[in-house]
Ligand binder design. Structure first.
Ligand code: NDP
Length: 256
């Protein structure tokens, strides 16, 4: 019964923003478990480099250009995935960004841009892949939230709102699409060493050391820390797990 529990051979996964950071860490996990990967990224050169890494490891992978706020591009990406691989089993809504300003300083356009990129795109892309997953007899959707799905942060009003929204959106899909055998879960990363946080570290004095001091694990997270959770949530191993929001943060969020 447990044989092949984590085997993703024959499965097809789309990872948005999968050309670097956490998305690429997850893509490596899925590829190692046997899945074919669509790296759906904005920067095609970066996506092709990510695909080259995956293919060098013996996996099937392609790069598709995707600006997640462009609905037509989302539809084209789904159609191109089906053309290339014939099915979609796994979607990771990972693309995300932040504008670090307090609520009194954040412009409306900045608010809208963060909400669209981090939250609205997850809705648009999930809705676009739902028919293919249903037709395949089931699927797995993994949405990337944040510790700021739970915590407040004075300098990230739109980011926090978008990441809190991701958890509630995940729960809606989990309930609505359970009859289609589609499990939807959210992953809440802690402080992870990626391009996104390299900017934050430049802007916020002492951030690096404060994270180290508070983290029970005593280190920043790495993109590779997301390979295992991706495989678990994309595989048969998690068939009875849906609507969950799982911290992957080295214990940061449970430290009082
Ligand atoms: P990165 O900056 O390395 O990755 C973000 C990815 O999202 C990039 O590939 C970026 O593309 C892509 N992206 C951003 N906007 C768009 C867009 N409009 N259309 C298409 N792609 C887009 O950061 P992380 O790996 O850290 O972030 C991945 C996810 O993890 C995000 O949702 C982030 O909010 C979340 N997260 C990260 C944490 C951390 O500590 N790093 C903590 C909590 C959550 P491009 O390279 O072209 O900009």
């Amino acid at each position: 019964m447990t044989k092949g529990l984590f085997d993703l051979t024959g499965r097809v996964a789309i990872v948005t923003g999968g050309n670097g950071g956490i998305g690429l860490g997850m893509a490596h996990g899925l590829a190692a478990a046997g899945a074919s990967i669509v790296v759906a990224g904005r920067n095609q050169a970066k996506s092709e480099a990510a695909v080259a890494e995956l293919v060098a490891g013996g996996s099937k992978a392609i790069a598709l250009t995707l600006e997640v706020n462009d609905t037509a591009a989302v539809k084209a990406m789904v159609a191109d995935t089906l053309k290339a691989f014939g099915r979609i089993d796994i979607l990771i809504n990972n693309a995300g960004m932040n504008v670090r300003k307090s609520p009194d300083k954040l412009a409306l356009e900045e608010w809208e841009s963060v909400i669209k990129t981090n939250l609205t795109s997850a809705f648009v892309i999930s809705q676009a892949v739902h028919p293919a997953m249903k037709e395949a007899g089931g699927g797995k959707i993994i949405n990337i939230g944040s510790m700021m799905s739970i915590f407040g942060a004075s300098f990230s009003p739109a980011y926090g709102a978008s990441k809190g929204g991701i958890v509630q959106f995940t729960r809606s899909c989990a309930i609505a699409w359970a009859p289609d055998n589609i499990q939807c879960n959210a992953v809440l990363p802690g402080w992870i060493d990626t391009e996104l946080t390299q900017n934050a570290r430049r802007e916020v004095d002492g951030l690096h050391d404060r994270v180290l001091a508070r983290s029970p694990s005593g280190r920043w997270g790495l993109a590779g820390d997301f390979a295992g959770i991706a495989v678990f949530l994309a595989s048969r191993a998690s068939d009875f797990v849906t609507g969950a929001a799982i911290p992957v943060d080295g214990g940061y969020s449970v430290q009082g």
